[in-house]
Design a protein around this ligand. Sequence first.
Ligand code: CUA
Length: 368
Amino acid sequence: MALFGAALLTGCQQAQQSLSIGDMASAFNREIWVMSIWAIALSVIIFIGVSFALFYTVQKFREDKHDAPPAQFHGNNKLEVWLVAVPVVIVIFLSVLTVRSMAILNPTPDQATKIDVLAKQFWWNFTYPETTADAGGKVANGNELLMPTRQPVALTVTSGDVIHGFWAPNIGGQRAAMPAVQKTWQVDTDRAGVYQGNCSQLCGASHANMRYKVVALEQERYNTVLAAMKAYRAPEPAAGSAEARGLQLFLQGKPETGAASCAGCHRVQGTSAAGQVGPDLSFFGTRRTLGAGMWESEKAQEMLIPWLKHAPRVKPGALMPTYDGSEYMSKGKMLKGGTLTDAEISDIAAYLRSLKLPEEADYWRDVP
Ligand code: CUA
């Protein structure tokens, strides 16, 4: 029964997180949808017209219907004027529509909530530049983007390596994430919910595994969550607990077996871990996805240990080293990871799971 319920729930979630641009959750998307409909409708009309003319001509001038070759002539001014005028009118019409939509969709994002989007092979980091954590540094979250609904949000998109594409189809508007280029544009959502985001630019081995979630919350709820994120400090584990051993390994690794520290690459707010090479793990225990949206919910829980043991084997191209001593391919080179015991891996997992926002700030709580 529970299994059936879970399956049903998963079904609902998938239904809600459709990847159709026709499932519109923003004014932005509505504009694009209207333009698509016009472009498709005009194309269909032209296609029918051209097909009809073609079949008519072929039928009418069949060789076996005529004894002599038909009249030979060169040029037809009337027809040529029409052939130029009609496409020009169509192009002008579509241009006016496009320019109008562009003006609506690209206002100066002064009043908007600002969120910085960083794309890297093969994950996302979302930083809230207007919110400095009490423990220092800007509030940030890996792979799960929170935004307030029914108000403008200015996303500034960039890349830390190759070109990626930021695209949440229900919200609309793909944006290229390019290294050394910061592109800002304004989006809004008109209903709270979870929307699926994907990388839309072929970027390497795990392009297809470079996903994210957009969690759009009602303004009040968003404020509560962001305030909790600002005040958040990673918990101090009790001495001797699995979490405490996990924290120790997280910060220092195990140099004698070649196991690199996690802190060299990842940030955890309120600890000395301030790495910027990988996604921010400050609220890892609250997150529902793992491996940049590769797994969700129970599956994400289940995959955490294999992930920590050998991330590049479960996600091709992942730049995280292995921790079970196995070899892995990184940027075209064969490397060998450090070694942690199963117990040590599970201590790190316990520590990561303890990195949780307070219950009332769990942004997944009200999500269907
Ligand atoms: Cu990043 Cu495709």
